[in-house]
Design a protein around this ligand. Structure first.
Ligand code: PGA
Length: 254
């Protein structure tokens, strides 16, 4: 497989962090530090920061994403935000199926699939997260878990719609723990994801799709992780909250 066919994407997932003044400061600090990046740079910010982020990043190389979306355009879904609402604001990316959503807010692969389809229908780019828990890894079922999350998560998405899909492999035990998967572990599952996509779709889609790694990725381990043939970027939590740290990861892709 030819890595040069793929877009390297480094996305920050701010999670539930940053008030508006904090977001303004972080983005204003980030803009000059990443202006010469040769990868796609995305910041996935809380809903309350979307407008600010979109305004500040206009005419820069930074794209803005949200961290979730609902599958209906509107309706009685207290506390939810629709993909249509995100699109209207000018959002480009949306994360779906993050393990924190699955763990704390009852998201299942079926609801993740509904969210992904709605986002794609609205013309958003989807970052679909998959990954096993520690006990699943210890029980030797990582490959089953990841391939099932992928098959259900992508159900009903056509070949042409896959152009707007990015997969993020995030082992749950590596998220926010400082415990990164080794580059070999990450490569193994990213390859499994690519092979699953080949069987679900075709070789061309499998070859062109961006597969990110996420889970305690930082400026010290990014080189090693990205040196692997099937790892095309990162979804970065903690290390995306400081402009300097995040820009070091982005600029490591040069
Ligand atoms: P982390 O989070 O980089 O803080 O481990 C990654 C993520 O949850 O996307």
């Amino acid at each position: 497989m030819d890595k040069s066919k793929r877009k390297i994407i480094i996305a920050g997932n701010w999670k539930m962090n940053n008030t508006r003044p904090e977001a303004e400061k972080l983005i204003n600090n980030l803009i000059p530090l990443v202006k010469d990046a040769n990868c796609e740079v995305v910041v996935c910010v809380p809903y309350t920061n979307l407008e600010t982020a979109i305004k500040l990043t206009t005419n820069t190389n930074i794209k803005v994403g949200a961290q979730n979306c609902h599958w209906s355009d509107k309706g009685a879904f207290t506390g939810e935000i629709s993909a249509k609402m995100l699109k209207e604001l000018g959002v480009e990316y949306v994360i779906v199926g993050h393990s924190e959503r699955r763990q704390y807010f009852g998201d299942t692969s079926v609801t993740v699939n509904n969210r992904a389809k709605a986002a794609i229908d609205q013309g958003l780019k989807v970052i679909l997260c998959v990954g096993e828990s520690l006990s699943e890894r210890e029980n030797g079922i990582t490959e089953n878990v990841v391939s099932i999350q992928l098959k259900i998560g992508l159900f009903g998405l056509s070949e042409s719609e896959m152009k707007n899909v990015v997969i993020a492999y995030e082992p749950v035990w590596a998220i926010g723990t400082g415990k990164t998967a080794t580059s070999e572990q990450a490569q193994e599952i990213c390859l499994l994801i690519r092979n699953t996509l080949k069987s679900l779709y075709n070789q061309d889609i499998a070859e062109k799709i961006t597969i990110q790694y996420g889970g305690s990725m930082n400026a010290d381990n990014v080189d090693e992780l990205l040196s692997k043939i099937d790892i095309d970027g990162g979804l970065i939590g903690g290390a995306s909250l400081k402009a300097e740290d995040f820009s070091r990861i982005i600029n490591a892709t040069k």
